[in-house]
Design a protein around this ligand. Structure first.
Ligand code: SF4
Ligand code: SF4
Length: 331
């Protein structure tokens, strides 16, 4: 391992300093067990994570959030189910913590109540794929709800059928003045035609790189992230259970311990149950394509990237990508 100064020139050193001062402690919260869609491949419903009794008393949520804040959490990532079905819980988080809301975008978060809350809208490809997997073309509605919104981006889950066809989707997003981040479908419900082959992943990596070059004002990403997510490899190590950083702390019994997100938990909507990780509790880790877990995997392994300048620059770019997704640094 080399020192930061030996690896970076002044410009890169400034970029490094900008992210090094961020001290992110995130956790994930299922805000509700309900959703206004039922997508094929939704990890939440397919793994039965909605089988808990939802807490409905808002005072209990407020108490719980205060406890989470005292535990050191400084970034609350709200998922579900569909969080916008529970605006009072959303408000309870937003008043107390920097908050990110993952939504399908069908219901608009009122900006007079939540002026700068980060919103990530899920999108599963072009209109046809969305109809097959989600029952409707959600973009048609979500893009009207959020057009030009400075605190919103699309989280575009690319499916194998989208390989070679992602540019029109990115252009549509650019045309409504929004940003986009890419991740890959894990096909948790074994939908025919939506499994990945390695040659498709290789092609997709090149396509994602090209999109980043062509739409730098729209795509929030990094080429190293594209490499790691499409190969499942980082510095010769393979992603999977033994390497995953996004495991709930109290359930993490791995030996030897691995580098992980400090104090990370994923809480169910009963405010007692914890789920295994940031995604499906029943997913086979060897097939997991979760974008956030891969990104965090890179981020928690800083030292391993401090052998060459290129490796460390790659690490910085991924950290910047993460920080931009939560607007911890400007877009
Ligand atoms: S919108 Fe999200 S939570 Fe709802 S069914 Fe689809 S993937 Fe699941
Ligand atoms: S399913 Fe993915 S995110 Fe969950 S523990 Fe396995 S590798 Fe990690």
């Amino acid at each position: 391992m080399q020192t930061v100064s030996a690896l970076l020139d002044k410009d890169w050193h400034d970029r490094y300093r900008r992210i090094a001062r961020l001290n992110i402690r995130s956790s994930i919260y299922d805000l509700t067990n309900r959703c206004n869609l039922r997508c094929k491949g939704c990890f939440f419903f397919s793994s039965g994570e909605h089988h808990v009794t939802e807490e409905t008393a808002i005072e209990k949520w407020e108490q719980f959030i205060d406890q989470e804040k005292a535990r050191g959490v400084n970034l609350a990532i709200l998922i579900g189910g569909e969080p916008t079905l529970c605006m009072d819980r959303l408000a309870a988080f937003y008043k107390r913590l920097p908050t990110y809301c993952a939504t399908n975008g069908l219901i608009k978060v009122p900006r007079d109540q939540f002026p700068d809350m980060m919103v990530g809208i899920s999108l599963w490809g072009g209109g046809e794929d969305e109809k097959v997997l989600r029952g409707q073309d959600t973009f048609a509605i979500s893009s009207k709800n959020y057009e030009g919104d400075p605190y919103t981006y699309y989280l575009y889950t690319v499916t194998p059928r989208q390989v070679g066809r992602i540019e029109p989707v990115i252009r549509r997003i650019a045309d409504v003045g929004l940003k986009v981040h890419l991740q890959l479908l894990s096909n948790d419900e074994s939908v025919d035609g939506f499994y990945w082959r390695q040659d498709e992943l290789d092609d997709l990596r090149l396509e994602m790189d090209a999109m980043l070059d062509r739409y730098p004002q729209t795509v929030i990403s990094s080429k190293y992230y594209h490499e790691v997510i499409t190969t499942g490899m980082m510095l010769g190590r393979r992603f999977g259970w033994q390497e995953c950083p996004s495991v709930t702390e109290s359930l993490d019994t791995r030996k030897p311990p691995t580098r992980r997100l400090i104090h990370f938990y994923r809480w169910a909507a009963d405010l007692h149950t914890v789920h295994r990780c940031c995604t499906s509790a029943t997913r086979d880790c060897s097939t997991c394509k979760d974008g956030a877990a891969h990104m965090s995997w890179i981020m928690v392994n800083k030292r391993a990237h401090m052998n060459t300048t290129r490796d460390f620059q790659n690490w910085i770019e991924v950290y910047e990508m993460f920080a931009k997704l939560y607007r911890l640094i400007p877009w």
